[in-house]
Design a protein around this ligand. Structure first.
Ligand code: CA
Length: 652
């Protein structure tokens, strides 16, 4: 009997090695054993599925890719399914939601061949917070090939609901600057509905699978080898598929849609972040865990901080010298590290006077950041300086000049596309900026896909419908509170986000703000951005009580730890973040009804002494009181409609 079994097992192993009997599933488990990813080859076509415990979060989902010289979508045979390899890595981030990160995952690789004998590998890495997977072309052929299409998809069980951000079609919007990831999310819609635009949906995309768990889809480690991808417009049957950019994006037809690279190469990591609760999503670092490690050796110049910014309230008028002087004064008084000088500074102030301003700023401990138009050709935005960022020689000359002027950073606006050529431009700007020790902030831009780790001088990026949109249109202002309660669960999970928060007066430009003062106070903690550009105007700061100014002096922009406390997308959110020994807990109410929450903040230190800032019963007024460790085990907070709350460790 024993020998028969041994013989049978030997035979089975031999069959497997010969590549027969392979149409069966293979599983990759997370280190804690809770996340299971099953790989399946069915009639030559590859699939995967994702479970969390016993709950199915992704059903049988398609894999496969079509190269210009090879089809890997069907008729595949499994050559090898590697044994589990343990991945363990520690890294630090100079800014972000968490400073010291340990990534642990289990990796298994499926090696598949098509009928021509060409090889593809699908690499699965499963960590406790989800799955990262990518295609790899291992053959050392040195051939340059393009990727024509992907089959890659995400099949959600019925009953799944979604929070999705539509992707605008190319060359639409203000001065043809779309796509720039500036839209409202569609709130809690059933899966399967099409995007309003043929361009589809942007990453990241949030899903709640019944009562089973949460899924956030995104991608990372996109560099000059590939295009930025999105989810396709149609998701029939709840299957969302990877799609490529549109032909008209960026420079239009002169740049191909299909990315190309020299074999061997890997495609970007696709991320399926999972959790039983929203904390697992909010606290996940998967987007940087599998990003390329830092390419900047000396990151000592990467100093996160707060920035004053006159443009939000005064538009281009704010770039005139008297406004800049006033904002600089405020930045100095609050101990902020930066001031951003926005569009048209070259015409309204000029290089020489900006250099003088930079010297004055440094005497106050403030450094300047200057705005640029990425180029004037692929959009019709008239703001200057332009045509200084897209040609290597010109860009590097400009960077050298900025360093001489004592400038610390650049904000580059209006990219409008996700093609491989645009991804290349982002990498080139970051590489050159790092060489000249300049910080970078992209606006009118794509989602940074892990770049904040690879290029830590990328301190933030817009890729969000930010505060500026609220100042453009009352309809956006009316939705500010709700929108702000979606972003911590979506956009801001995977990368720093330049929303440009904090407006204290009721009116700004032509609109009426709907949020309360404490809501605005909470945003610098709720929104993570390596440099936080405040909308706060000097006259607003003048009118604030001392305790509010103390808070603006104290609030950091980078964190050692982030904890989700409570909340639900588009309804409310409470987050706790720690910098050193100081904790900041902030809550915002996204709805138009008052709310009372009872929070368990017993994770705060035993000797905690805090300042609680809330909305006053008097309209547009703030209140503060001190809170001790005994109070925080069961802290009841009340937030008025579209109101907020801040609790932070008392400055010592
Ligand atoms: Ca913008």
């Amino acid at each position: 009997m024993k020998s028969k079994l041994t013989l049978w097992m030997f035979g089975w192993a031999a069959l497997c090695q010969m590549g027969y009997a392979m149409d069966r599933s293979h599983t990759i488990q997370s280190p804690d054993g809770r996340v299971h990813v099953d790989f399946l080859l069915e009639e030559g076509r590859p699939f995967y599925s994702v479970r969390l415990g016993n709950e199915v979060l992704l059903e049988k989902s398609p894999l496969g890719i079509k190269r210009s010289d090879a089809d890997f979508t069907g008729q595949l045979t499994l050559q090898r399914f590697s044994r589990t390899e343990k991945v363990s890595e520690k890294y630090t981030m100079p800014h972000g939601k968490q400073s010291r990160i340990a990534y642990r995952a289990n990796r298994r690789t499926a090696t598949l061949a098509n009928p021509q004998g060409q090889l593809i590998q699908i690499v699965f890495q499963v960590s406790n917070d989800g799955l990262a997977f990518r295609y790899h072309f291992p053959e050392p052929s040195g051939l340059k090939v393009s990727v024509e299409a992907e089959q890659t998809g995400f099949a959600f069980p019925s009953g799944t609901v979604s929070w999705l951000h539509p992707m605008h079609d190319a060359k639409t919007g203000w001065e043809k600057t779309q796509p720039s990831y500036e839209a409202h999310y569609e709130i809690e819609k059933p899966v399967g509905l099409p995007s309003p635009y043929s361009a589809g949906w942007v990453f990241p995309a949030l899903f709640r699978v019944g009562q089973s768990g949460w899924v956030l889809l995104s991608e990372t480690a996109v560099d000059e080898n590939y295009c930025g991808c999105r989810l396709a417009q149609h998701s029939d049957g709840g299957i969302y598929r990877i799609a490529f950019p549109q032909a008209a994006e960026h420079r239009g037809p002169q740049d191909p849609i299909a990315p190309s690279a020299v074999i061997p190469f890997s495609t970007p990591w696709r991320l399926v972040i999972v959790g039983r609760d929203l904390g697992a999503i909010v606290e996940s670092t998967l987007a940087t865990d599998v990003a390329e490690p830092s390419k900047v050796k000396d990151v000592s110049f990467v100093r996160p901080g707060r920035a004053a910014w006159s443009w939000l309230r005064y538009d281009t008028e704010g770039t005139k010298l008297p406004y800049l002087q006033e904002y600089l004064e405020m930045a100095g008084r609050l101990g902020w590290e930066y001031m951003l000088v926005d569009a048209d500074w070259d015409r309204l102030v000029g290089y020489e006077k900006i250099a003088e301003l930079s010297q004055q700023a440094r005497q106050k401990g403030v450094e300047l950041i200057l705005w640029y138009n990425s180029n004037g050709e692929w959009n019709t935005a008239p703001m200057t300086p332009k045509n200084r960022m897209h040609l290597p020689q010109v860009r590097r000359e400009e960077f050298a000049r900025l360093r001489q002027m004592g400038i610390r950073g650049i904000k580059v606006d209006f990219f409008g596309g996700d093609k491989q050529a645009t991804m290349q431009l982002y990498q080139d700007i970051l590489r050159d900026a790092a060489e000249y020790q300049l910080l970078a902030n992209f606006h009118g831009a794509t989602l940074p896909r892990g770049w904040q780790r690879t290029w830590p001088n990328l301190v933030t990026t817009e890729a969000v419908m930010g505060m500026e949109y609220c100042t453009f249109d009352q309809r956006n202002t009316d939705r500010q509170a709700q929108h702000s309660c979606v972003l911590p669960f979506t956009r801001n999970v995977v990368a720093p986000m330049d929303f440009t928060p904090v407006v204290m007066s009721r009116r700004i430009r032509g609109v009426q703000r709907r949020t309360t003062p404490a809501f605005e106070m909470a945003l610098p903690v709720i929104f993570e951005s390596g440099i936080q550009h405040f909308g706060l105007a000097p006259f607003e700061a003048e009118a604030l009580p001392d305790f509010a100014l103390e808070y603006f002096k104290a609030v950091p922009t980078c964190w050692d730890q982030t904890r989700f406390v409570s909340g639900y997308p588009a309804k409310e959110v409470v987050l706790a973040r720690r910098k050193g020994k100081q904790w900041f807990v902030a809550g915002i109410n996204g709805e138009t009804a008052a709310k009372t929450l009872t929070l368990d903040l017993s994770f705060l230190p035993k000797n905690f002494q805090g300042v609680l800032i809330t909305d006053s019963a008097q309209p547009d007024q703030l209140e503060s009181r001190t809170v001790s460790a005994a109070d925080v085990r069961k802290l009841t907070i009340s937030m008025p409609p579209q109101g907020g709350v801040v609790l932070y460790s008392k400055p010592r």
